[in-house]
Design a protein around this ligand. Structure first.
Ligand code: 13P
Length: 263
């Protein structure tokens, strides 16, 4: 089933970047580009995920933009509500700051911070309970791909959250397929390989939920203006989760343009 009717999303994951002054420049550069050459909201949703520290400031900076640019949290606590949990930020605290989106399951969180299925499920559950939209990241390692396990690993990661996502809540899920070997390496999955995996994900989603055909499936892993057009042309690639290239206003804008043109 083709997912081409799905409105694309282009989200910049700034990771542990940049310093304050550069962030200000990045936001004003992006606002300027969008003002001079608008990308319609209905053609492409846009979001950026700054550090937790900068979330509210960036959100305030974007409030004067000529179109909506969502502010996305890169992480959320496994604990809900408020309380004596030093260093944590819960889904309710994000909601209280009008943050409506959160990344969960990024391979850097899975690998560096040992976030396993039970932890990720708690995060997904609490985020959805606080009415956040979850951008849930999945992806295989190079070894898993070479062993022919890529599809199985990715579909299992999606099935993992099925126990905590209630029927209607699938409408608040966006999937980001990020093959680990393509993140920050300059290597991108070929459009054919990426499309093949996205089609499998789409198939898996339609078996899990009646909303399966409407769920946006983003690709992430060395997305740049140079490869965005080809990726955007794939029917089941409904946008991009962009790391490195999102730290440059023009690159990010060009990637957004590539996906908006598919509409
Ligand atoms: P790069 O675009 O830098 O490869 O990062 C991808 C990513 O991890 C986005 O979440």
């Amino acid at each position: 089933m083709s997912g081409s009717a799905v409105t694309p999303w282009v989200v910049g994951n700034w990771k542990m970047n940049p310093m304050q002054a550069e962030a200000k420049e990045l936001v004003s550069g992006l606002k300027e580009l969008l003002k001079n050459n608008p990308i319609k909201e209905e053609d492409c949703y846009l979001g950026v995920a700054p550090t937790m520290l900068a979330l509210s400031a960036i959100q305030a900076d974007f409030s004067s933009a000529t179109r909506v640019i969502y502010t996305v949290a890169q992480n959320v606590s496994i604990i809900e509500g408020t309380g004596a949990y030093t260093g944590e930020v819960s889904a309710q605290l994000l909601q209280d700051q009008q943050i409506k989106f959160v990344l969960i399951g990024h391979s850097e969180r899975r690998e560096i911070f040992s976030e396993n299925t039970p932890i990720l499920n708690q995060k997904v559950k609490h985020a959805l309970a606080a009415d956040l939209t979850v951008i849930y990241c999945v992806g295989e390692s190079l070894q898993q791909r070479e062993n022919g396990q890529a599809e199985q690993v990715v579909l299992q990661q999606i099935c993992d959250i099925a126990s905590v996502v209630q029927a209607e809540q699938w409408q608040k899920i966006v999937i980001a397929y990020e093959p680990i070997w393509a993140i920050g390496t300059g290597k991108t999955a070929s459009p054919e390989d990426a499309q093949a995996m996205h089609a499998k994900i789409r198939e898996g989603l339609t078996q899990i939920t009646p909303f399966g055909a409407q769920i946006a499936i983003l690709y992430g892993g060395s997305v740049k203006p140079e490869n965005a057009v080809e990726l955007a042309a794939c029917p089941d690639i409904n946008g991009a989760l962009v790391g490195g290239a999102s730290l440059n206003a023009e690159s990010f804008y060009k990637i957004a343009q590539a996906f908006a043109h598919t509409k």
